[in-house]
Ligand binder design. Structure first.
Ligand code: CAA
Length: 260
């Protein structure tokens, strides 16, 4: 499928996917989500990729939600297919071995907030606004918001956003733990690419293992999670990167990781 609603470029192991429907504030219709799935699959199978940045085109919106015009014509059955597609796509994004970083440049509402929540790290520009306004449409979050938001900020804060439909600004989103850092708007991509490049310079195998173990922390019980950590720790001793990293430290030189 030719990309119409997304831009995707990779430079030095860092992919940047940009939702590009500025006239609809980058809202997600079926085609846009399918294209996102395609980019996620390309990222999954790109052995040289080390990090993936997700952002929105223009200076107004990251993603203002699922496309309401598109949704308004759906039957219940079609709505089920639509949310299944959204869930599958965000789950695939979340499951990527490489770290995913949301650069939230503006409105991140509904499905847009859920897209950010499916990313490992979230940074916001000063103008960013977050919310789950579905209740204003007689709906509820449909791309994982009730689950991932509660896990990220706690059930009561999630409940407040989801039940009131209110938006919060970037500073409040940071206080809630929805955002790591708020960056001046013009510096957001520079900041996020700096973080992406830093992670890209580490060993890809240990980064993937670390990501998997931390993701398990929201779902697994402590015994299962720590078991996973111990196993992953031991497995890493079979990688060239761990040998290189420890040897480089002992020889007082920078490590050169190959992702093996
Ligand atoms: N779907 C479709 N079109 C959208 C949209 C959306 N989610 N958000 C904005 N747009 C469109 C507007 O219809 C408008 O189009 P026209 O110029 O053709 O009229 C254009 O983008 C610009 O938007 P506004 O004129 O409304 O801009 P504003 O600055 O006055 O307001 C806003 C900005 C507060 C973000 C407002 O657009 C808004 O409230 N958008 C809807 C947000 C929302 O409810 N998101 C949740 C959707 S449901 C969902 O996401 C379900 C799920 O979990 C899967």
């Amino acid at each position: 499928m030719q990309l119409q609603n997304l831009l995707y470029a990779v430079q030095d192991g860092v992919g940047v996917v940009t939702v590009n429907r500025p006239k609809a504030l980058n809202a997600l219709d079926t085609r846009t989500i399918e294209e996102l799935g395609q980019v996620v699959e390309a990222a999954r199978t790109d052995a040289s990729l080390r990090a993936l940045v997700v952002t929105g085109a223009g200076d107004k919106a990251f993603v203002a939600g699922a496309d309401i015009a598109h949704m308004s014509a759906l039957s219940a059955l079609e709505a089920r297919r639509f949310v299944d597609l959204g869930h599958r796509t965000l789950a695939a994004l979340e499951a990527l071995d490489v770290p995913t970083i949301a650069a939230v440049n503006g409105f991140a509402l509904g499905g847009g907030c859920e897209l950010a929540l499916a990313c490992d790290l979230v940074y916001a520009g000063e103008k960013a606004r977050f919310g789950q306004p579905e209740v204003n449409l007689g709906l509820i979050p449909g791309f994982g918001g009730t689950q991932r938001l509660a896990r990220r900020v706690g059930p009561m804060r999630a409940m407040e956003l989801i039940l009131t439909g209110d938006m919060v600004d970037a500073a409040r989103a940071r206080e809630m733990g929805l955002v790591l850092e708020v960056v001046p708007a013009g510096k957001l991509m520079e900041h996020v690419l700096g973080v992406a490049r830093k992670v890209a310079g580490k060993g890809a195998v240990c980064v993937a293992q670390a990501k998997r173990a931390v993701l398990a922390a929201s779902d697994a019980d402590l015994a299962t999670g720590t078991q996973l950590e111990r196993q992953a720790f031991a497995v890493l001793f079979g990688t060239e990167d761990a040998r290189e990293g420890m040897e480089a430290f002992l020889k007082k030189r920078p490590a050169r990781f190959q992702g093996r």
